[in-house]
Each structure stands twice: as C-alpha cells, then as structure tokens.
Design a protein around this ligand. Structure first.
Ligand code: FMN
Length: 164
C-alpha cells in the first residue's frame, strides 16, 4: 500500500506529531505539504494546525485537491482535545474532506503549545474584548505549553499503526 504522510506546521507542534506518525509507518512517503508533487497514493495522511476551528490555510487549500481517496487526518490545536471546540474542528474537517467523496479512515488530534507571539498580542486586548485573556483561557494556554508531549506522540504513533 502506497502511503503519503504530509503536514503543515508553523511552530512545529504538528511537525512533531507528523514525525511520530511516520515512526509508526516508516515505509510511507513523508513530506511537508509544500513539497508534495502528486496524490497517487492508496492512503493520504494529512495533518495541519487549527486556525479558526478548521485546518490552517495551507492544509485547507491542499485538502481541496484530494478527491475520491482514502484519507486519515490529524491536527494540533490550542483548545483541549475533549472540548466542544475540538469536536467542531472534527466536524469541519470531516465536511471539508467529505465534500470530495473521500473516505476518512482515521482521525487523531492533540493539544499544541500556542505561539507566544499570539499570546503576547492577545494579552494586549482590552478586558471587554471577546478574545481578551480570561483566567480560564490563561490556564488553557499554560496547559497547552507542554504539548504535544511524549504521551501525545506515542498515541500518534499508535494511531498510525492502527491505520494499517
Ligand atoms: C493564528 C492562529 C489561530 C489559531 N486558531 C486556533 C483555533 O481556532 N482553535 C484552537 O484550538 N487553536 C488555535 N490556534 C492554536 C494552534 O492551532 C496550536 O497552537 C497548534 O498546535 C499550532 O501548530 P503548529 O506548531 O504546528 O503551527 C491558533 C493559532 C494561531 C497562531
């Protein structure tokens, strides 16, 4: 079976998960999205980071070109993986990949540390702004800092093996 593992990552969280997935399927082709030249694969495992409750723009654009394929996907996000927001992300990505008659064979996601530059910017927002950092949000940022951790990466590898 010809397998592609491909990903987009800005601050390397998703790249770490992608590498763990590759450890689970070392026979796969492993490439950042920007280097993929064709989609001639039996299974495409695609990963991105979450931006506004869906894949980041690179992964989003790439996904739209995947048609009638077996696809598994993974992502990292700032929110907790057991949150409603994470479920919304899953729904949005399922819809995105489902639109082109792809068959989704698996999903994996975990928290990823949030870019400190984004945190600095959010911290400057006035307290009545809807994105201003509440205590709950600050706690989530703090919790995200250590992710993806070794457990997340081990589970990513197991996820990869389960796809075979
Ligand atoms: C511009 C921007 C938008 C983001 N939007 C969301 C979001 O809507 N939901 C979320 O849970 N995390 C969001 N995040 C957090 C990232 O998805 C998370 O930190 C991810 O692990 C980054 O992955 P990377 O290191 O591979 O780039 C956002 C981060 C940035 C920089």
């Amino acid at each position: 079976m010809k397998i592609l593992i491909t990903y987009s990552s800005k601050t390397r969280n998703t790249e770490k998960v992608a590498k763990a997935i590759f450890e689970g399927i070392p026979s796969a082709d492993f490439l950042p999205i920007s280097e993929v030249e064709n989609l001639d694969y039996d299974l495409i495992i695609i990963g991105g980071w979450i931006d506004r409750a869906t894949f980041d723009s690179n992964t989003l654009a790439f996904s739209k070109n995947i048609i009638k394929k077996n696809v598994a996907y993974f992502f990292t996000l700032g929110a907790y993986p057991n949150s409603d927001h994470a479920l919304d992300c899953v729904k949005n990505i399922d819809t995105l990949l489902g639109e082109n008659e792809n068959t989704i064979t698996g999903r994996y996601f975990c928290q990823g540390a949030i870019d400190p530059k984004l945190i600095s910017w959010l911290s400057t927002l006035p307290s009545d702004h809807k994105m201003s950092p509440s205590e709950e949000r600050k706690q989530r940022w703090e919790d995200a800092k250590s992710h993806p951790n070794s457990e997340d990466l081990e589970r990513a590898k197991e996820f990869a093996i389960s796809l075979l």
